[in-house]
Design a protein. Structure first.
Ligand SMILES: Cc1ncc(COP(=O)(O)O)c(C=O)c1O
Length: 205
């Protein structure tokens, strides 16, 4: 916020994971900081918190003049979000929130299982404060992340994505998402551990 104010910048804050935050972390909207409301475009949507990716509903909050400018190109692109999707989003917001809570509890459980399993397999990683991904360093395997992912897929059937797909210049990281049910994640983790061990054996021989 200080940087943006000093250099008179507009901040685009994608807060789509703002509700998926693991305690004791807390979500902070940058627009709530002093002086930021008038220079922030806050983005959000229903794809993550309500698992409604296919419904294509999102929204933004921004100063009035910016909204006016953003509305024009938006109209040119698709006129409006479908009415059915808007009603579905409204139902998600105003309906019972237990499904969200159950989904978030499942993510927390998978995260808690996966982190020690990765440590045991010899990986280091960033502890996710939110969302449903673990950014994992595969450099100790001696494989660059794109090669790691391709070989893992071909040899074990487990599909993960290298960080390079998300703009990372380093080839050290893969992105593991824990959106699948825990038993599948456990199966995948077993295959990953076997792959890492056989790769080490091959490299050593
Ligand atoms: C940070 C971030 N923003 C936005 C999106 C996509 O949102 P939408 O489905 O609303 O286009 C994703 C999906 O992976 C994401 O990770």
């Amino acid at each position: 916020a200080e940087l943006a104010t000093r250099h008179d910048l507009i901040v685009v804050a994608d807060e789509i994971y703002g509700q998926l935050i693991y305690p004791p972390n807390e979500h902070l909207s940058i627009a709530t900081l002093p002086g930021m409301r008038e220079r922030t475009v806050t983005l959000n949507g229903f794809s993550k918190s309500y698992a409604m990716t296919g419904w294509r509903v999102g929204y933004l909050a921004a100063p009035r003049d910016l909204v006016a400018m953003l509305t024009e190109p938006r109209h040119t692109l698709s006129i409006n979000t479908s009415t059915i999707s808007q009603h579905a989003a409204l139902a998600a917001l105003t309906g019972p929130q237990e499904p969200f809570e159950a989904m978030f509890a499942a993510y927390a459980e998978r995260r808690a299982w996966l982190m020690p399993a990765l440590t045991e397999a010899g990986f280091t990683y960033g502890h996710p404060g939110g969302a449903f991904y673990i950014y994992t360093n595969v450099s100790p395997t001696g494989l660059a992340a794109p090669e790691f992912c391709e070989r893992l897929l071909r040899e074990t059937g487990v599909m993960l994505f290298p960080g390079t797909m998300f703009g990372d210049e380093s080839t050290d990281y893969i992105r593991i998402s824990y959106l699948q049910p825990l038993p599948l994640i456990q199966e995948a983790m077993g295959r990953i551990a076997t792959f890492v061990a056989s790769n080490a054996a091959r490299a050593g021989s």
